[in-house]
Design a protein around this ligand. Structure first.
Ligand code: COA
Length: 227
């Protein structure tokens, strides 16, 4: 009986020490989560219950091991974290400060991804390769970028600082800073605070099917006017 109590006390002690360390080393990230998630009620809630934070802690450890070329152990930790959190961050990715993954499930961050400071990802985001590139084949995400739920950002492209990627967008081309990109394939709808009228914009139009539909619409309008 005394033995069991001792084991429980040791486990409790380890739990407290582990969380005290995480709170100290990840203070900024926990505060960022509180700031960005209106549902977060307090520091301890984020510390103990947020999968995004737990995945980040595992990633930071795995990344150190990856840098000293302990690839197998690094990947092992990342896979354990994936099992526990539903978030897969490759240990080779480079991630800046105050990174926050809200809700988390289904997030994938590829090996050669580079993520700046103050980036927010929602559930279901993929920072992936296109399947045809070698070397640096995952995206570079600037500072203060928000990537909406289910969005896929594919290939060695850059999402500029302060940009938003809309929910479920599929982005396969560079996005300039201070932009909003939505849809499949991603099209820029806002830049530097100004709305972009896609029908007038010949620089950012990415979707050939939309272009054809717009041409057909124009022809239809002309025919209707003639009648
Ligand atoms: C893109 C987003 C950031 C809004 O940006 P915004 O600049 O405020 O955009 P607006 O609401 O003014 O919409 C601009 C246009 O894009 C469209 N749009 C907005 N979000 C869209 C999306 N995810 N997919 C497709 N079109 C979208 C709007 O309908 C609007 O079209 P219109 O000009 O033809 O009317 C936001 O809609 C979004 O997707 N956020 C992600 C949030 C998220 O993932 N939350 C998960 C919480 S669990």
């Amino acid at each position: 009986m005394i033995c069991l109590v001792n084991i429980l006390l040791i486990l409790l002690g380890l739990f407290v020490v582990k969380n005290a360390l995480v709170a100290a080393f990840f203070f900024q990230e926990i505060r960022a989560a509180q700031k960005r998630d209106p549902a977060a009620k307090g520091f301890v809630e984020v510390l103990l219950l947020y999968q995004g934070l737990h995945a980040l802690v595992a990633y930071r450890i795995a990344h150190i091991l990856y840098q000293v070329r302990l690839f197998f152990v690094a990947r092992f930790i990342s896979q354990l974290a994936r099992f526990a959190t539903g978030i897969e961050i490759h240990p080779g990715a480079k991630i800046g400060k105050r990174f926050f993954i809200d809700h988390g499930m289904g997030v994938v961050v590829g090996e050669t991804s580079i993520i700046g400071d103050d980036v927010l990802l929602y559930q279901g985001v993929t920072l992936g390769g296109t399947g045809v590139e070698q070397g640096k084949r995952h995206p570079t995400i600037g500072n203060n970028v928000v990537i909406g739920t289910g969005a896929k950002v594919l290939g060695n492209i850059t999402i500029g600082d302060n940009s938003y990627v809309g929910a479920n967008a599929v982005v396969i081309k560079d996005v300039p800073p201070n932009s909003t990109v939505v849809g499949v394939p991603g099209r820029i709808t806002k830049q530097e605070g100004r709305k972009i009228d896609i029908s007038l914009d010949h620089i950012h139009v990415l979707d050939p099917i939309m272009q054809q539909i717009e041409e057909l619409q124009e022809r239809l309008d002309k025919i209707e006017k003639k009648q």
